[in-house]
Design a protein around this ligand. Structure first.
Ligand code: SAH
Ligand code: SF4
Length: 375
């Protein structure tokens, strides 16, 4: 393997076909290779026994299947696992595995840091360092899925759902995101249905429109407020793409898939956006306008935010107004509390290269120090 070898985790199937064609190989060879990598988790071309020796040698000279280096792994008492991955130059990103009775979800990062800068988000407070590549996005799933299969000594799929809700704004890293989503969906790779792959966005309107064309997976929109007046200071991107435009984009997104719905995420902030009157305003905004579900997220506090979580009774009262109005509403359970794995606590470690905003680095409790995966 040479130093400038191409990491094949960065290709969707069409990309891998094109890469193989450059090596003089046919499409079905690319499919075999893609299956070895993603379905069987094999990184060593020498082990891909049904590929011709000549192809294996060619690949060994110009390509690699390279995982991210795991810096730390933390396991919560409730089964949640959080990995911190080194992405070089002092940046680290996190992925979180969340097992439940009927599903197992992997929460994946799309950027080191985030440029949107939401007030209640610790990633946002770190500032932006850089976009992850497709290979770095896919590597999070590739590593987690095959690591868990090895541990459990099973061949069937472990991870059933993906949410792009880790660090970063996925729709501000669009060109790397789409091939990664395609690999998540591809039957020759992870074969997840598009309803089981969710992109969560703070509302990058033009990219919502493009996602509908390119790869219409489930969409979650981080709303957090029923009016522009309130949303502007919480989600600064709202000044560029206000709520009316955002909801238009949501409606257009669903036009391609009329039986679907948008999930609106709403982080409950004590005394900020959690009153019964604000719940009614939210009903007026959404009811009959956009097919949706609302997911109320208890705020996970961190000191620099200056915010606190709404008391449980206020969350319940807020949910009650929505439910009475006929809007399907869930209150998210917090998972992995003991390892800071809940939403918005994914601080990672990021070198902010855009501004001097305060950095929120945590010192994770290291329970395991695993080796680089995939060899
Ligand atoms: N950038 C995307 C996806 C990553 S954030 C987005 O904003 O949608 C994933 C979810 O976690 C978003 O709904 C976000 O609003 C929420 N979140 C961020 N910080 C949080 C915090 N401190 N407590 C609870 N939820 C938070
Ligand atoms: Fe970025 Fe999402 Fe955090 Fe906002 S909530 S700063 S968009 S990661």
């Amino acid at each position: 393997m040479t130093d400038n070898a191409t990491n094949l985790l960065g290709f969707d199937l069409d990309g891998l076909v094109a890469f193989c064609q450059q090596l003089g190989e046919k499409r079905f060879r690319a499919i075999q290779l893609y299956r070895w990598i993603h379905q069987r988790g094999v990184a060593d071309f020498g082990l891909m026994t049904d590929l011709a020796k000549s192809l294996r040698d060619k690949l060994a000279g110009c390509a690699k299947v390279e995982a991210l280096r795991v810096l730390t792994e933390q396991r919560s008492a409730d089964g949640t696992i959080k990995w911190l991955f080194d992405v070089g130059a002092g940046d680290a990103v996190e992925a979180v595995f969340i097992p439940e009775d009927d599903r197992a979800t992997l929460c994946i990062s799309s950027q080191a840091g985030c440029a949107v800068g939401c007030r209640f988000c610790s990633t946002g407070h770190q500032g932006f360092s850089r976009n992850l590549s497709t290979a770095e996005i896919v590597a999070q799933l590739w590593f987690a899925e095959h690591q868990l299969r090895r541990e459990r000594q099973r061949d069937e799929r472990v991870i059933s759902n993906i949410v792009m809700m880790g660090m970063g704004e996925p729709l501000q890293n669009y060109s790397a995101l789409v091939p990664a989503l395609k690999t998540f969906l591809d039957d020759h790779a992870y074969g997840l249905s598009r309803r089981r792959v969710t992109v969560s966005t703070s509302g990058v309107v033009p990219m919502i429109e493009r996602l509908q064309q390119d790869c219409p997976v489930a969409l979650a929109v981080s709303l957090h407020a029923p009016s522009d007046l309130l949303r502007d200071p919480l989600v600064p991107l709202n000044r560029k793409y206000p709520i009316a435009e955002l909801l238009d984009a949501c409606r257009a997104y669903l036009a391609a898939a009329p039986r679907d719905f948008i999930t609106f995420e709403y982080c409950m902030l004590d005394g900020v956006n959690d009153s019964v009157e604000q719940a009614r305003e939210l009903v007026r905004l959404l009811k009959g306008k956009v097919p949706c579900k609302i997911n109320l997220i208890p705020f996970n506090p961190f000191p620099a935010s200056g915010l606190t979580c709404s008391p449980r009774e206020r969350v319940q009262a807020f949910a009650e107004v929505l439910i009475q109005a006929g809007i399907v509403t869930t209150v998210r359970k917090t998972r992995g509390d003991d390892i800071d794995a809940a939403c918005g606590q994914l601080a990672g470690e990021v070198q902010d290269r855009t501004n001097a905003s305060q950095r929120m680095t945590r010192a994770p409790i290291v329970l395991h120090r695993p080796q680089r995966a995939g060899s």
